[in-house]
Each structure stands twice: as structure tokens, then as C-alpha cells.
Design a protein. Sequence first.
Length: 273
Amino acid sequence: MQHRKLCFIGAGNMAGAIISGLVESGYPAKLISVCAPSGKNRDPLASKYGVKSSDNNIACAQEADVVVLAVKPQLMADVCKALQKEVDFSGKLVLSIAAGISVARFCELLGNKLNIVRIMPNTPSLVGQGMSGLYAPEQVSQPDRDYSGELMTAVGKVCWVDTEEGINHIIAAAGSAPAYFFLFMEAMQAEAERLGFSTETARMLVEQAASGATALVAASPDTPLSQLRENVTSKGGTTFEALKVFTDHKLPKIVSEAMQAAITRAQEMEKQF
Ligand SMILES: NC(=O)C1=CN([C@@H]2O[C@H](COP(=O)(O)OP(=O)(O)OC[C@H]3O[C@@H](n4cnc5c(N)ncnc54)[C@H](O)[C@@H]3O)[C@@H](O)[C@H]2O)C=CC1
Ligand SMILES: O=C(O)[C@@H]1CCC=N1
């Protein structure tokens, strides 16, 4: 992949996950810098992965070819305004991983001719199993699109969307989705503990069932998920009764409402920040 000088503004969960995945996959650490006001998160990244750590957003952005905006949406306007005063963004590629901040808003904050790609990653990027959605406005060049795609391919799979609205759909289906599965697994682990298993055993049971199920999905690309479910569900058996509880409580409707709630919040954030 192309190796450009890369600067992360923000050193939190998501920046850390991407930096770790990039370095593990061979991206040169000396080309990566990470900025945050406090050393609490960025210094461990510097010592673990050999990237440069700094509290100076402006100096790092000035030096970089590619600036990754990885702060919370609430802070984005202030961070961008400070950058805009000192940094010439012409000739740079800006990547935003923020939910709920549109390209139009970034152009207001950083300049009209901004060369920007929106990326919606998720935390499994930390272990090279990320799922990222990408959107680039028409004016972004093919080499910049290729670079953005290659960057996120280094930490997982990528899915380009043709319209910016698609980024909010990616949030619902992938960006926020690890938390849905963690919630489900937490509830299962708690019940396994109530059944008398130790915390460690309960976690192992749930973790292995979940990773075994996803491995089976990955190994069966032509089998619909419904078929995989039916393969577990013996007639007159236990799974049928368990699934009946989920369907009686309208699990598919709950999932649909939860995903729509994520989209609605992203749309609200687009107005708020
Ligand atoms: N956590 C997740 O699963 C995902 C998060 N995102 C997006 O990633 C962005 C970051 O989210 P997280 O990493 O979860 O947040 P976080 O709260 O873990 O990290 C934010 C980082 O920004 C730093 N920061 C605060 N003020 C700063 C400033 N003035 N200059 C530079 N850095 C500053 C903080 O020190 C912290 O390191 C958000 O915009 C979020 O929408 C996108 C997809 C998934
Ligand atoms: O909760 C959030 O707003 C961010 C975006 C997707 C995952 N986390």
C-alpha cells in the first residue's frame, strides 16, 4: 500500500484501534503521529507501536500528508477551527472518522476546497477485523480514494457508499454494531453465571459460541443466515423454544428500531455539531 505521512488528531479508542492495526500490518510507525492534549492515551500508543506522540495538533497536521480527524463530534468544531487558522490543507488529504459531521460542515470549518473522505470504522479494527464504510465526494481523486481504502483494508474490510447518507447506514449496521453483540453476549454471560458457571467459564462459553457462530458464517458464504439458524433448530427441541422467546418479544423489530435510532441520532448530530 502507499505509505504517506499520517497524523491522527485524537488518541482515543478508535484512533488507537486503527494505529495498532496499521502498525501490526506493516505501515511504517515512523510515518505516523498521534496528537491529544494529554499524554494519557497517546503515550502508551507511542511506546507500544513506536509512533510519534505530541500535544501539538497544528505542528503535526502541518507536517502530515494525511490528517485523520479522530476526536469526539462535540469537540470537532473547536479542533478544526484551531487547525484552519494555521494549517494549509491544500495538497493534504483529510480523513474524518467522526459520526454525525458532514462533508459540508467540514468544508465550513476547514475550507471549501477540502479534499476529504469520510470513514466509519469500528473497534474490531484493533484486531484487524474492522468493518469500515467510506464515502468520498466527487472531487476526491482516485489515488486518494485508493489510499483511504487501502488504509482501512489494513485493519479489516471496507465498503464504499455512493451517497453521504450511506455513512449513517454504515453506522447502524457496522460502526455501532460491535456494541449490540457485546450487549447480547453480556446478557448471556450473566445468565450463564446465574446458572452456576464461574465468570471465566461463563465468558468462555459465550465467547466460543459467538466466535464459532461467526466462523461458521464466514465459512458458509452461500448459505443464508436463516439456514444456519435452522440447522441448529431441531424439531421439538430446545433451540426452538429459546428462539420462540426472541420472536415472541419481537427481536427483529427491536433490532430494526435500534438501528434506526442510531441513524436518527447521527442525523441529529449533523444539525448539532
Ligand atoms: N468508538 C467507536 O467505536 C467509534 C468511534 N467513531 C468516531 O471516532 C471519533 C473518536 O471516538 P473515540 O475514539 O471513541 O473517542 P475517545 O473519547 O476514546 O477519543 C477521543 C480522543 O480525542 C482526544 N482529544 C480531546 N480533545 C482533543 C483536542 N483538542 N485535540 C486532539 N485530541 C483531542 C482525547 O484525548 C481522546 O484521546 C468520534 O468522532 C466517533 O464518532 C467512529 C466509529 C466507531
Ligand atoms: O457511538 C458513537 O457515536 C460512535 C460512532 C459509531 C460507534 N461509536
